[in-house]
Design a protein around this ligand. Sequence first.
Ligand SMILES: [Zn+2]
Length: 58
Amino acid sequence: MEYFFTCPYCWQEISVVLDTSVKNQTYVEDCEVCCRPIEVRYSIANDEVAEFEASVLE
Ligand SMILES: [Zn+2]
């Protein structure tokens, strides 16, 4: 599923495609606007996003 969130660096709204077959996931995604690495964390419940966090990669 496609999910929209705000980049923690440039504050642009960007989208990622989440794999809802995986319940908990953490990975690094480069922002499509500023190309900086964002740490994405999410959890899925009932095929919907239960929690989502996009943070600055340290
Ligand atoms: Zn960005």
